[in-house]
Write a protein that binds this ligand. Structure first.
Ligand code: NAD
Length: 548
């Protein structure tokens, strides 16, 4: 028997129940239940949001694994967005590792198995020539922030193709949770340009196109159609590139950064958060940025991004550019990055100095006597005891940043850094480490989490309608973040403020970024008399609206 669609006759209330940005669940009031045709569709007891939260938290705590917690929160996000953000914002430190790294990585790996409802837009190879029409299918029309991935380099997990959708979804959840960018202004996008992951290509449950990645001109023109379509459909949207493979990431940033309002968090956001950590560390060492020599283990998006921002800031502080670049030395899997090498990718060449070959980090540290070592190679345990001991011999307070994620990939642990340096290392990591007790002293390692930077930068850019996102903004954001670190934080070795303060940090960063946009003539919104207040007024607070 065929069904007659006319037999389905939803009330207005069904729309409110099924749309997560409108739904209040059991919190619809008696008056709303009358007005929207919800009578009988909900259990009779009317709850306030404050009364709904404990039920959510209780169910959350019963989930046995982080992945189950992720699935539970995703279901809440898809059902009642306001309640989801209330719960996340009120429990930010507990929720961030679930809705974003590290759990989101596992969720992307399991995406086909945990898939319930789609979220975000999949722009597929099949949509070539029609991408604008696809983008117009998003029901929200005032889009201000798009996070886009092609799934090629998901966290440290490699090519996950269309299963990488968890990343733009999670990242935008942090835009809202950490900086109050309104969720209805956020659009997660995955460009399904194929995958070269053999396991996915053979997986009958894979949700993306079972084809190999397109490359070269074909890839570029597909991305370009997306960019032009996004600009036409959502002219006020900022576009953030996320988790593209590193060759494409650098190229796309170069191509679009001066044309549209865009940034790449893996490169520029990482740079800003790492530089903030260094600036804080210099308050402990009481030295100047221009006096530092930094050795990077790993010459990819993170390392090159950090070095570019530091170089730029050293130049702003009076060092000639060539000299500033020479203060940043890179070690990759083949040893010291230097100009005689013939195997260097384009992005490494700006830091390939005229130096003799050296085989590894140990020899580079011995030879060039850095003040800081920054681990961004994704290779665990590469800051060995002899290397940290050498750093401690060369420096009263050596800066040791083991930024590779997840925790299992860190170049050394917090405990190793403190123990091998006799408690003198200024340590920060990409993934969180617990405080360390040693010889009666408590050391608190900082986490260089990008979430300190990108939400605030995005909020500032969006609130003032900046037409560009500039490196100057990321430098300013780094200084502002470092400003938020107190003397008490520094005394325990902490080079970042506590993560629980991130919304306050984001508001401050957003104000600085918006101020710069006005100063540089990039802002398109009328200038408010009090920029920080205007930014704070823009911030979304998860509260139910009254529909009656
Ligand atoms: P990427 O793939 O672009 O770069 C990795 C680099 O490491 C490449 O240059 C590669 O040549 C080099 N490498 C590989 N093996 C090596 C070895 N044995 N010795 C030295 N170098 C080696 O990746 P990315 O985006 O630059 O990220 C690198 C790491 O940094 C990841 O683990 C990522 O999680 C971490 N990261 C941390 C933060 C943060 O703490 N806020 C932010 C971004 C990235």
């Amino acid at each position: 028997m065929t069904r007659n669609p006319d037999e389905y006759s939803p009330t207005k209330g069904h729309t409110y129940l099924n749309e997560p940005s409108l739904n209040k669940g059991t919190a619809f009031t008696e008056a709303e239940r009358d007005a929207l045709g919800l009578r009988g569709l909900l259990p009779p007891h009317v709850f306030t949001m404050e009364e709904q939260v404990p039920r959510i938290m209780k169910a959350f705590q019963t989930k046995a694994t982080d992945l189950e917690k992720f699935i539970y929160l995703t279901a809440l996000h898809d059902r009642n967005e306001t309640l989801f953000f209330r719960v996340v914002i009120d429990n930010l430190e507990m929720m961030m590792p679930i809705i974003y790294t590290p759990t989101v990585g596992k969720a992307c790996q399991e995406y086909a198995n945990i898939f319930r409802r789609p979220r975000g837009l999949f722009v597929s190879l099949k949509h070539r020539g029609q991408i604008r029409q696809v983008l117009s299918n998003c029901p929200h029309k005032n889009i201000r922030a798009i996070v886009v991935t092609d799934g090629e380099r998901i966290l440290g997990l490699g090519d996950l193709g269309a299963n990488g959708m968890g990343i733009p979804v999670g990242k935008l959840a942090l835009y809202t949770a950490c900086a109050g960018v309104p969720p209805t202004q956020c659009l997660p996008v995955t460009l399904d340009v194929g995958t070269n992951n053999e396991a996915l290509l053979e997986d009958p449950l894979y949700l993306g196109n079972n084809t190999r990645r397109i490359r070269g001109e074909e890839f570029d023109s597909f991305v370009d159609e997306f960019i032009q379509a996004a600009r036409a459909e959502y002219p006020k949207a900022m576009i953030q590139f996320e988790d593209f493979g590193n060759t494409n990431a650098f190229r796309l940033l170069e191509r679009y950064r001066d044309q549209i309002c865009t940034f790449n968090d893996d490169i520029q956001g990482t740079a800003s958060v790492a530089m903030a950590g260094i600036i804080s560390a210099l308050r402990i060492t009481k030295s100047k940025l221009t006096d530092q020599t930094l050795v990077f283990q790993g010459a990819g998006e993170a390392g090159i991004g950090i070095a570019e921002l530091i170089t730029r800031t050293m130049v702003d502080n009076g060092l000639p550019e060539a000299e500033a670049r020479r203060r940043c030395l890179f070690v990759d899997s083949k040893g010291l990055v230097q100009s005689k090498r013939t195997d260097l990718q384009e992005h490494k060449k700006y830091f390939a100095h005229d130096l003799d070959a050296l085989p590894d980090l140990q020899s580079v540290v011995e030879t060039y006597r850095p003040t800081a070592i920054i681990g961004v190679s994704g290779q665990p345990s590469t800051f060995t005891q002899p290397i940290v001991e050498t750093m401690a011999r060369l420096n009263e307070r050596p800066i040791v940043f083991a930024l590779s994620n997840p925790t299992s990939k860190a170049e050394c642990t917090a405990e190793e850094a403190y123990r091998w340096s006799g408690g003198r290392a200024i340590f920060a990591s990409g993934s969180p480490f617990d405080p360390v007790e040693m010889d009666g002293k408590r050391y608190v390692p900082g986490q260089g989490n990008n979430a300190y930077i990108f939400p605030g930068v995005a909020l500032g850019v969006i609130a003032c309608g900046s037409s560009r996102v500039t490196d100057e903004m990321f430098a300013a954001a780094a200084f502002e973040l470092a400003n938020q670190v107190t003397e008490t934080d520094l005394e325990s070795g902490l080079v970042y403020p506590p993560l629980g303060q991130v919304r306050e940090v984001s508001a401050k960063i957003a104000a600085v970024v918006a101020q710069l946009a006005y100063d540089r003539g990039l802002a398109t919104e009328p200038k408010p008399s009090n920029i920080e207040q205007a930014v704070r007024d823009y911030m979304y607070e998860p509260k139910y609206q009254d529909y009656a």
